[in-house]
Write a protein of this length. Structure first.
Ligand code: SAM
Length: 245
């Protein structure tokens, strides 16, 4: 079977993505460590450092495609409990794992979990001080729609930060990375979940995602100002930043 994006509509894309995350939810955190060799932790820490969460006033942050809560937990911690973070995900299984982890970590008070689509956020205009999305936007079928929604729910002066796999700009690393993603990742997926196919699909989705400059242009197109990006690990991941001015 091929999981190519070519001939499937948005509804079918979303259904396939949902299948993957329903299947892996309880093993998601372990898989993340294995597949990124722990690097996802470093990249998420970098996102939170860039956000520079206020520790002196209450503020609201929205973490879209928040999954099991990794980014949200880090923001609450870095804000010393001043951030109220809404974790939004289309997948109830991922949120359920996140909810349990939040309880165990004793930070449930600062968090809300909302099951919804990044393309249609169930919040009023100008609700949040910050919007984050980590390794989520490439899974969303209509990216311009998700970006327009991000812009809408942010307050004026609000910050947009997106962490995503991107284009590797160091040739030797690129060769290694290709081998890793097309061979190792589906194999690890198969070992842990019994099915490697969904991971082939996820790896393919990384290839189809626009590169750093093209994605920056899409963010500008959605209305954001002072758009910039930073590469991590030679561009394996990139952090895009924008402001609702
Ligand atoms: N942000 C988390 C992290 O970095 O560990 C989770 C990332 S996980 C690779 C991608 C997440 O995107 C999944 O939890 C999936 O359910 C979610 N997702 C996919 N399509 C979505 C959509 N249209 N709206 C909201 N979330 C979506």
């Amino acid at each position: 079977t091929s999981f190519g994006f070519e001939n499937v509509g948005d509804g079918e894309k979303q259904r396939r993505v949902d299948d993957v995350f329903h299947k892996v939810a309880v093993r998601y955190d372990v898989m993340n460590d294995l597949m990124s060799a722990g690097m996802h932790r470093v990249w998420k820490d970098a996102l939170v450092t860039a956000l520079n969460p206020s520790r002196s006033r209450r503020w609201r942050s929205l973490d879209v495609a928040g999954g099991t809560g990794d980014v949200a937990f880090r923001i609450v911690e870095a804000s010393r409990g001043n951030a109220e973070v809404t974790v939004l995900d289309i997948n109830g299984s991922m949120l359920e794992v996140g909810r349990k982890r939040a309880e165990q970590n004793g930070i449930g008070r600062n968090l809300a979990f909302v099951e919804a689509n990044a393309e249609a956020l169930p919040f009023d205009d100008g609700t949040f001080d910050a919007y984050t999305i980590a390794f989520g936007i490439r899974n969303v079928p209509d990216i311009p729609k998700a970006l327009a929604e991000a812009y809408r729910v942010l307050k004026r002066g609000g910050r947009f930060l997106c962490l995503e796999f991107s284009e590797v700009d160091i040739p030797p690393l690129e060769a290694f990375y290709e081998a890793w993603s097309f061979n190792a990742i589906p194999r690890i997926g198969e070992m842990v979940t019994g099915d490697g196919e969904p991971y082939r699909y996820l790896v393919e989705s990384i290839r189809k995602f626009p590169n750093q400059d093209n994605f920056a242009a899409m963010i500008r197109e959605a209305g954001f100002g002072r758009v910039s990006y930073k590469n991590y690990t030679g561009g394996i991941a990139a952090l895009h930043s924008g402001w609702k001015l």
